[in-house]
Design a protein around this ligand. Sequence first.
Ligand SMILES: [Zn+2]
Length: 759
Amino acid sequence: MNRRGLVAFIVFAGISLAPIGAHVVADEQPLAGYSAESSRAERQWEDKFRAIPEPDKIRGYMERLAARPHHVGSPYDKDNAEWLLARFKEFGLDAHIESFDVLMPTPKERAVELVDGGPKFVAKLQEPVVKEDPTSGQTSEQLPTYNSYSIDGDVTAPLVYVNFGVPDDYEKLERMGVSVKGAIVIARYYGSWRGIKPKVAAEHGAIGCLIFSDPHEDGYTQGDVYPAGPYRPRDGVQRGSVADMPLYAGDPLTPGVGATKDAKRLDLKDAQTITKIPVLPISYGDAEPLLASLKGPIAPLAWRGGLGIGYHIGPGPGKVHLKVKSNWDLKPVYDVIAKIPGSVYPDEWVIRGNHHDGWVNGAEDPLSGQSAMLEEARAMGELLKQGWKPKRTLIYCAWDGEEEGLLGSTEWVETHAGELDKHAVIYINSDGNGRGYFGLGGSHTLEKFINDVARDVQDPETKLSAWKREQLRAIEEAPGDKKQEVRQRADMHAGALGSGSDFTPFLQHLGVASLNIGFGGEDGGGIYHSIYDDFYWYTHFSDTTFVYGRALSQAGGTAMMRMADADLLPFDFGDFAETMQTYVKELKDLSKKMQDDIREQNREIDEGVFTATADPKKTYVPPKKQEIPPYQNFAPLENAADAVSRAAAEYRKALEHANANGGTSLASSSLADVNRLLIESERKFITQEGLPNRKWYRHQLYAPGFYTGYAAKTMPYIRESIEQKEWKQADEGVVVVAHCLQDEAALISDAAAKLNAAH
Ligand SMILES: [Zn+2]
């Protein structure tokens, strides 16, 4: 599901910095969590490891895995799982396939047409074969263009253009006097995760939803289109799930439990994550005549896309007929799970994952990441043969069914929740991979750790470290007054994780500290979830020599080894405490801004500002006056964040003490107690009650936004309550989150005391 950012350009001319190279042992700092001696040994193993992955091998894996369409339920999906299993075994890992039975709708009937007034038009709903592209013609095996978990429906109604179809857009529509009640909406992709669009449309009374790729975000406005360039062609369609994943991830019929053979399943009609109205995705080729048929108000400037038409809002005057009917079968998913047992702490698991299923041939998403992870596993196998013995257990997971809703990972996590709660140290995810910058997101207790890993991986094109290259990009992109902070901060900020890939069940359901890593940003992409995301496209327009694939193998493997072999787990609370302070400040600012905005708007309504600027020829609905939000008490949260800051300082001091004299005390076996606390540190943010109205999401720091989907909401209980003007609920959230932070502070203090006692 991996969503790449828009292309960023940075000119590297004139920058000359020492490349990373062999380690200078004499003046080197030991790795965090290692004594000087164990650090030297670890560095030697890591250097050996990073020399093993080969770009041509990664290319070979991708070519084989992308040779045919491999979505859930297809013959080649199973074939790929078995092939991956054989590779893991061949590399010397202890591997097996674990299977689940999940709801996987596939379309039987699809129609979009313009009827009743205006020129007749029937949408193609089909991506044409491209003659240069050898797998684009595998039509009999390709899934049709559709949005999985759209409810069945057959509706005819006037069309309304709703921009991205997010809540703000509906507020604007209301002011324009346009209602979508009883209408079919047409929304463009981007601006939110796609599943948000039909959800919000249905909340506003729409009876159908079309989602199209506008060339402004995804097509010729970006650059040359496929096959001349990498961008989305006229008839290219983005498939994708529209399940209400911010409610719960995984199989819609088995929320909270593994979808094993004999699992208790909901009736289809009771599955909460299936859309309330029918949805289909369309190309800009199919969208253009529909949009061109609209009359009514002209769309606001920011709503107009890249098509050569005037963008009107509607409704109508013509009507659109939309029909979707699916087979609602259970299909098997095949997770491939491979282990390397730990030699000292076999019950502490360091877990790595990337999905293997695709919407069609899925070369970029997910095989670019999957192939790199497989090569990482091969390199681990080579190290084992050379005598390396990881202290902790490593687990490699090739997930199935990610695209429909993180099915393979979620069902596995739910099935093994008890064991994972006890044993999982961290989870490291990747998904698609490409040329460019190293992206690092995840738990802030791991921010320092992943920064250190990125310093030891070389960027293939600039020969700088992956860390340095990403830092230069961050400096370039920072606003003027923030550049100095980016330059001077020891670590780059890790982005908080929302959703959109397989880390979600680990982090947000179980509280396993997680990372999401990958390279990208320099390769234009317009083939996302289409039949053109294949080996031909990838080898012409993305990481064509697979050197970024190798860099991902190196980054993922370095992180796995370093976490697996550490004497003291390299969790850190300094960056974490700083980030918590930032979140608290953001929430206070948000609360104040809500008050100020509503106060100002009420004043403008009283003054008649809205009637004066309205166009007399149009129906215009001024906003209604709203109640001023009450002042909120953030003191419990501020006190808790301060407690975390103090505890983090204690831990840092204990660590410095432990590191003195070559860190010999780090070799002490009494660190087991400290490590246990460190593993539990992320679990402290899990509450049994979960978030308001979505109890599957139990992490009190990170969640996908209920109305954004991909983008994270941090301290979501409080933040979303404020945004949704649920003031009482926001107050409750302050108490809940403050309690978690106080628990965390106590745990960190305890860890500091135990660390002091260990030497
Ligand atoms: Zn993906």
